[in-house]
Design a protein around this ligand. Structure first.
Ligand SMILES: [Zn+2]
Length: 252
């Protein structure tokens, strides 16, 4: 049962009607501005950093790989040099006069051979490492290209969304400018002040005899005044302008 039986004709303050509308615009504006200027750019930046990291990992890996390849080439060169040294030592053999000299050359040769064996072992290890790494590289390459794709696709989508938000914000701003002209300057100034002080909300609905913004109870006599007079009132607790949305039984 409605408590307003017999009061089907309600007076609604015109400023209040505009304020409720303005409040919706301001809230949508705040949400969309935040999305456009903060949330979406932060998401794009996050994806950019992920892609950048994947690219860095691949680059670091390639640097390591080319360092190993360089090492392998140097080693190859050293093996060749050592083989040359062995060949030169062999050339000396026919001209050798003494046993001591002969043994010295053989020993030198033997040392060179041992050196080559060690270097070849090292080469083998490097080759194995290069083999393993080329498998790992495929993974890194895949991850890099996935991150790149994700970043580029998302960036495009989000930038489009930001563009649409910008258009909507321009619409809202135009609507706002129009509404403001229809509100009494004093009421608008008050609304703006309270809205700035109270997280962007300057007008609140009364639900179950409470202010929906600060959740405090409204004195019953004030509630009646808001329902029945065409005046505009502020919440005694939070200073927001209060309005009452008629129940269906009241409007019919
Ligand atoms: Zn309140």
């Amino acid at each position: 049962m409605s408590v307003d039986t017999g009061q089907s004709r309600r007076k609604i303050n015109p400023d209040l009607e505009q304020l409720a509308h303005l409040q919706k615009i301001d809230q949508e504006t705040a949400r969309k501005t935040d999305l456009k200027d903060n949330a979406l750019p932060a998401e794009i930046e996050g994806l950019r950093v992920s892609y950048e990291n994947a690219r860095e990992r691949l680059k670091k890996f390639d640097d390591e790989l080319s360092a190993i390849n360089k090492q392998r080439k140097e080693l190859e060169l050293k093996v060749e040099e050592t083989r040359d040294s062995i060949a030169k030592a062999k050339q000396k053999l026919p001209g050798v006069k003494t046993n001591v000299e002969y043994r010295a050359i053989l020993k030198e040769q033997d040392n060179f051979e041992k050196k080559i064996v060690l270097m070849e072992d090292e080469q083998l290890e490097l080759m194995e490492s290069i083999d393993t790494k080329s498998g790992e590289r495929k993974q890194l390459e895949k991850s890099e290209s996935e991150e790149k794709q994700k970043f580029e696709v998302n960036k495009k989508e989000k930038e489009e969304a930001m563009g649409e938000l910008g258009e909507r914000l321009a619409e809202l701003s135009a609507q706002r400018d129009e509404i403001i002209t229809a509100i009494s300057p004093g009421v608008y100034a008050n609304y703006s002040k309270v809205s700035r002080q109270r997280s962007g909300v300057g007008v609140a609905e009364i639900v179950d005899q409470s202010c929906r913004a600060c959740f405090q109870l409204i004195p019953p006599q004030l509630d009646v005044l808001i329902r029945t007079t065409g005046e505009i009132y502020q919440c005694p607790h939070c200073d927001r302008y209060l309005y009452h949305v008629p129940e269906e039984s009241e409007t019919s």
